[in-house]
Design a protein around this ligand. Structure first.
Ligand SMILES: Cc1cc2nc3c(=O)[nH]c(=O)nc-3n(C[C@H](O)[C@H](O)[C@H](O)COP(=O)(O)OP(=O)(O)OC[C@H]3O[C@@H](n4cnc5c(N)ncnc54)[C@H](O)[C@@H]3O)c2cc1C
Length: 463
């Protein structure tokens, strides 16, 4: 094993969180080593060829691209920015009927896919939530089930179940209402002076009342790979990536009189590297076994409680464009034989993702963690073809992906990681380290928070 190459920072993992961290730190003057166990970069954000189709790792839309955390990082650190196509509309498919998602009270009242008496109850819930939040109720402890009237129809319960799984990765009983009150504009949390006059933000609930169709969501033309390509192109020479290598342990040592031990070096399968700082972007749940000394039990016990989201994506190649609208369909399942699913016809944004004249459609399913892959695939196929039987005869390609879209559910009862760890100069990034938003937006928030934390701890002077 080779030894003693010295780096300011070792970044573990070359997914979007790791690459964003390496890019920012490299551009801020640090000498960075990225260690990635696969032979490719991008992690769960890649595009690859399969039978002539260009397939993303799961159907994606990128949110908050107007002023959100990824936009801020792109503007500051990217040398080239991907071309983003506006995402279009959201449609809901319930019991084989399709309608646009209701974004305002008026739309809700006209939304015929749910019974009329349920619609007024749902609008009342939105008012109640906005009122509760404005009077200071801690909405992070109130679950979606808590505010859902039992008397709602089976279809409306299925609809709420759908929103909960796709926005939080967990069912209504564990889903905190606070997730729906998230702020829109980007701002990494900083301690605020509270003069007692602050009115709690009720963003999404308010949007629902006045009509707030999102306009900040986009698809990257060429597939999600273009984000990773732009990142990799922008990396300065100070950043080196070692593919096909894996973190074995983060070496730590006592830190003078301070209680926290500190990072000394990084051991991978291929070498030992002297590193002042480690940014870890793998699963936070794996961290305790990657540190060569026991961590405090409060920290380890919390990590044990993290629940990952498990997903299956099914990609269909079709011999003609069946879904003509730009945007996506949310298919709400009202039967135990089918899954909820989210469908995006990605070749509508970019016809070059499919062979000439063909159509590429991705379906994302959230599946129970203990469900065998073949059973999940069977139920997914049943979901697709029982809803639209004609798809089967138009299909010329089917492809399955079993992936983890979020490393932590946003659940009232589950654990959630943190940027800081009990080891000085060891930080985590990724979708299990910062509880805000979802997907790439959440990953980007975590990188902002990590950069802020490095700055506050005297390890980084941002340019
Ligand atoms: C089906 C699906 C749909 C999605 N839809 C959306 C969407 O619509 N919008 C959106 O914004 N996001 C979406 N996402 C989520 C988005 O893709 C992820 O949030 C993002 O890619 C996570 O990036 P990451 O770097 O945090 O993690 P990862 O991509 O998991 O990267 C971690 C990397 O670390 C490496 N690694 C782990 N442990 C080690 C180790 N010990 N040593 C070396 N390397 C290691 C892994 O190999 C991996 O490359 C979706 C994801 C999926 C799967």
């Amino acid at each position: 094993m080779s030894t003693t190459e010295k780096y300011d920072v070792a970044v573990i993992g070359a997914g979007v969180s790791g690459l964003l961290s390496a890019l920012a730190l490299g551009k801020e003057g640090k000498k960075v080593l990225v260690v990635e166990r696969e032979n490719y970069i991008g992690g769960t954000c890649r595009t690859y060829e399969h039978q002539g189709y260009k397939i993303d790792t799961g159907p994606h839309i990128i949110t908050r691209l107007d002023t959100g955390p990824l936009r801020v990082l792109m503007d500051k650190y990217f040398d080239v920015i991907p071309y983003f196509v506006p995402f279009g509309k959201y449609f809901l498919r319930i019991n084989r009927q399709v309608k646009q998602f209701p974004w305002s009270v008026k739309d809700w009242m006209m939304f015929e896919l749910l019974p009329v008496e349920d619609r007024s109850m749902l609008v009342k819930i939105i008012f109640d939530v906005a009122y509760m939040a404005s009077t200071g109720v801690d909405m992070s402890r109130v679950s979606i089930s808590d505010i859902t009237p039992r008397s709602l129809s089976h279809t409306s319960h299925a609809f709420i179940d759908y929103l909960s799984y796709f926005m939080l990765g967990t069912g209504p009983a564990n889903a905190p209402v606070s997730r729906f009150l998230d702020r829109k504009s980007y701002k990494v949390e900083k301690p605020k002076e509270d003069n007692g006059l602050t009115i709690p933000y009720v963003g999404k609930a308010y949007n629902m009342l006045v009509g707030g169709r999102p306009t900040d969501q986009f698809y990257p033309r060429g597939g999600v790979q273009t984000i990773v390509d732009a990142l990799s192109y922008s990396l300065p020479e100070k950043v080196k990536i070692n593919l096909g290598d894996e973190l074995v342990k983060v070496d730590i040592a006592p830190n003078g009189l301070a209680q926290m031990p500190k990072v000394t070096s990084t051991t991978t399968y291929k070498g030992i590297y002297e590193t002042d700082t480690v940014i870890y972007s793998g699963y936070a749940t794996d961290l305790p076994r990657l540190i060569d000394s026991p961590l405090p039990s409060y920290y380890v016990d919390n990590l044990k409680k993290i629940e990952k989201v498990n997903s299956l994506s099914v990609w269909l190649g079709l011999d003609e464009p069946i879904f003509k609208d730009e945007g996506s369909e949310m298919w709400v399942s009202t039967s135990p034989d089918t899954f909820h699913t989210w469908m995006i016809p990605t070749s509508n944004y970019d016809p070059t993702l499919a062979p000439k004249g063909k159509h590429l459609v991705g379906f994302a399913f959230i599946v129970p963690p203990d469900m065998p892959y073949d059973k999940a695939e069977e139920k997914a196929r049943h979901t697709i073809f029982s809803n639209i039987p004609a798809l089967e005869s138009h299909m010329n390609m089917i492809h399955y992906q079993h992936l983890v879209p979020e490393k932590a559910t946003w659940s009232i009862h589950a654990g959630f990681g943190d940027i800081k760890t009990p080891v000085k100069n060891l930080y985590c990034v990724g979708s299990d380290s910062f509880k805000r938003s979802m997907g790439l937006t959440r990953a980007s928030y975590s990188v902002h928070k990590m950069l802020d934390t490095l700055g506050l701890e005297g390890n980084l002077n941002l340019l």
